[in-house]
Unconditional design. Sequence first.
Length: 272
Amino acid sequence: MSPEERRAFGARVAQLRKARGMRQDQLATAVNRTSSWVSQVERGIQPVVRLDVLQLLADGLGVSVQTLRPDAPSPSRSASVTSSQANDLDLVRLTLSGHPALDAVLGEHPATPEPDVTELAAAVAELWRLTHDARFAELSSAVADVLPRLESATRTATPEKQPEIQLLLSQAYQAVAAAFVRQDEADAAWVAADRAIRAAEHSGEPLQVFAGIYRLAHAFVRLRRLDQAEHAAGKGVTVLRSYISAAAPPAPEALSVLGSLHLVLALAAARA
């Protein structure tokens, strides 16, 4: 979509929303997005190009897709177009699909230099920046470069560097999970969150495990598997409370993660 098309589409969304007497936060709830996302759509900043998201937005506004966007394919064509439509995170899906265990199953690794932890840390920080900025096309290319290097490093680095590299791998997968949730690709977010939890366990950083559970629960909410979201987040809250009670005083980071888990529990309850 060109900038002019995005602005025109955003103005139409705002007009239809106001005609129904809806606030931005109410529309956001109806389409499983944030108020910020709706605001960006209406201001012409966030493009809506995928047909499934367009349909979700039309349903939230109580109109047809063609009312929302007159040039959209008719329902008879939607299925074929959706299946072939490119997605900014398709390359990340492919990266996740090529499981890292395949390179390690025979116990053979090509000769590689010792991983530069500082450089990898900067690369992971960049993944998070791209995720927060919703620059998913750039994120896709960055993930395709960084994740394989991190996975390789976990299998070749010295034992002394393993915890730090596993922590970076967990944080990278968490960024990927967050991006997939924002793009409503919750099935892939589930895979990424699960790998984040596994890497966090090997890092020796308990709070990162709970942070991964938070990402996992969000994926379940997007999948509308509210029972799974409540189970994952609820168990995380129970165990984290015990972890916090053993510390005197509790670390602010632990309280922050606990609060996040409570928030996703509240979100699941609201959806239910």
